[in-house]
Design a protein around this ligand. Structure first.
Ligand code: PEP
Ligand code: MG
Length: 588
């Protein structure tokens, strides 16, 4: 078989070489197998045995996930158990085995297909979404009825090291890959700041997204190379390619700890400009790794992952316990917690809201929280209570301008008032900031700066809303330009507005993690860089190797250029000149 290369969007750096595993959601095909009258009881017993086994496996899995990652990640299995316990379904299967004299697996798969069809055609979006749960269950039961190798390979039980190839991975799929034998992943859809890319970085595995048809062009067990830096997936690599990549992988591995010596040093330029290098946090399990990288705190704690992978909403106590654990683990460093940013590709099934109500321009983030103060207040109470146990700041996502910021603060004030009345302690001085990720917020940054205690620029969204480029759409991924002159001007404007009012301006979008932009962002005057933990040491090293003066000059020049490409070229050139040792090794 000859080698071929698929080109996608680089999503998380690194190289992986291994066997492909296709996570598909396609129909289950079970051939008919007629049985004799006397075999009917045997088939029914096999079916019941398979149901029992599946139930045991699900319970064991639920326990395992609860122990390893926490209860909230395991609650998805409750929904699966409920499907399994549906008496109508089991009675239907038994009746049909008797009537049609067909094997248990054949009858079961046909009945399940009908179930899945009914679910997928439901008007209610939430129920429609449940068809994938029903599909998962069907595969589990079938695995217990027939030769295991024919069916779904469970991500949770991966024993081999595999490269996951999927059309798309849901936030719950990626969250369940934590600490698993996943070498890398590659998906048909997605852009460089989609949740798949963000999770890959936090899991520390290479990823390529937006490959369009990888699931059709790669087969199970194909040998593949995932090159997360260049956005390539090489299928059936020949010996020459393999040895080149093996050597490259070795080289990257040997470089892994090369900046460890600066872990405890400040992120300070050669001429004395000090900034903070912080980590973005998706799952609390990442904290030991974050601390080992010398982050000076958490600059963005994305709380929506807490709401995923479960059939209900997290209550106040659960959230309080989780947030408290994070602030305590990070002490004495500070944790910037972001309030719920539901919407776009952060989809929360337990809310039972039709999915088409919250696309990127729909009912997202604050627009949702303002309408659902019941859900929002629960989170605010949990956050405020946790603030008492460490150093915490709080910020709102997707603020559109001062009026919205004020409305949310009114809710916050009422929550604070209640806590005071109940004599529940919280940090009375907790700072509340605004994320600047909507162009209208950047344009009104001068007004917002009078009310917010800090800004954090979310470039992942700021770029998509400024350029009208959906951040997860692989068709438009090439137009997603972080250095577009409009984006740079909005960043510059935000920094200036913040500094005029003496407030700190952070940047927590993926742009922060990419060394090619570090000089430019430094020169634009950012005070804090919050990023995927894997990039912290390299970015800190870079900052320590250059002067603020050079960075400012670069930013000035960049602001005169007319295209994003020219700015990228300038950044790359200056980086090569000013810090060749740091970037060459990474192949920026
Ligand atoms: C951003 O938009 O840049 C950001 C950090 O938020 P998220 O990626 O979670 O939308
Ligand atoms: Mg955002």
């Amino acid at each position: 078989m000859s080698e071929y290369v698929l080109k996608g969007v680089p999503a998380a750096p690194g190289i992986a070489i291994g066997s492909a595993y296709i996570v598909d959601k396609q129909d289950i095909v079970v051939p008919p197998r007629a049985i004799l009258e006397k075999e009917i009881p045997i088939e029914i017993a096999r079916f019941e045995e398979a149901l029992y086994k599946t139930r045991e496996q699900l319970l064991a899995l639920k326990r395992k996930i609860t122990d390893e990652i926490g209860e909230q990640h395991a609650q998805i299995f409750d929904a699966h158990l409920m499907v399994l316990e549906d008496r109508m379904l089991t009675e239907d299967v038994v009746k049909k085995i008797r009537q049609d004299k067909q094997s248990a697996e054949y009858v079961f798969s046909n009945i399940f297909k009908k179930y899945i069809k009914v679910f997928s055609n439901m008007e209610d979006e939430y129920l429609r979404e449940r068809s994938s749960d029903v599909n998962d269950i069907a595969r589990r039961v079938l695995k217990n009825l027939v030769d295991e190798s024919k069916f779904m390979h469970e991500l949770e039980n991966l024993t081999e090291e595999l490269i996951i190839i999927a059309h798309d991975l849901s936030p719950s799929d990626t969250a369940s890959m934590f600490n698993k034998n996943v070498l890398a992943f590659a998906t048909d859809i997605g852009g460089r700041t989609s949740h798949t890319a963000i999770m890959a970085k936090s899991l520390g595995v290479p990823a390529v997204v937006g490959l369009k048809d990888a699931t059709l062009r790669i087969s199970n067990q194909d040998l593949v190379i995932v090159d997360g830096r260049m956005g390539l997936v090489i299928v059936h690599p020949n010996d020459k390619t393999l040895s080149l990549y093996r050597a490259e992988k070795e080289r990257i591995n040997s470089m892994r700890n090369r900046f460890d010596d600066i872990k405890d040093l400040p992120a300070e330029t050669t001429d004395g400009r000090k900034v903070e290098v912080l980590a973005n946090l998706e799952l609390p399990e990442e904290i030991p790794m974050i601390l080992s990288r010398g982050a000076s705190g958490i600059g963005l704690y994305r709380t929506e992952y807490f709401y995923m992978n479960r059939v209900d909403l997290p209550n106040e106590e659960e959230q309080f316990a989780a947030y408290k654990k994070v602030v305590e683990a990070m002490a004495p460093h500070s944790v910037t917690i972001r309030t719920l940013d539901l919407g776009g590709d952060k989809f929360i099934s337990s809310l039972q809201i039709p999915r088409d109500m919250y696309p990127f321009l729909g009912w997202r983030a604050l627009k949702f929280c303002l309408e659902r103060p019941d859900i929002f207040k629960t989170q605010l109470r949990a956050i405020l209570r946790a603030s008492y146990y460490g150093k915490m700041r709080m910020m709102y996502p997707m603020v559109s301008g001062p009026a919205e910021f004020r409305s949310v603060n009114e809710i916050l004030d009422s929550v604070k008032k209640n806590l005071r009345e109940e004599e529940i302690p919280f940090d009375e001085n907790i700072e509340v900031g605004a994320m600047i990720e909507v162009p209208s917020a950047a344009m009104t940054a001068d007004l917002l700066a009078k009310e917010a205690k800090f800004f954090s620029i979310g470039t992942n969204d700021l770029i998509q809303y400024t350029l009208a480029i959906d951040r997860v759409n692989e068709q438009t991924a090439a137009f997603y330009e972080p250095c577009h002159p409009a984006v740079l001007r909005l960043i510059q404007r935000t920094v200036q507005a913040g500094h005029e009012k003496n407030i700190k301006v952070a940047l927590c979008g993926e742009m922060s993690s990419e060394p090619i932009y570090t000089l430019l962002l430094l020169g634009l005057g950012l005070d804090e860089f919050s990023m995927s933990p894997g990039n912290i040491l390299q970015i800190k090293k870079l900052i320590r190797s250059v002067s603020f003066q050079d960075a400012k000059e670069l930013a000035e020049k960049a602001l005169e250029l007319t295209t994003g490409q020219e700015v990228e070229d300038l950044c790359r050139r200056r980086l090569q000149e000013l810090a060749p040792n740091i970037i060459n090794n990474e192949g920026v």
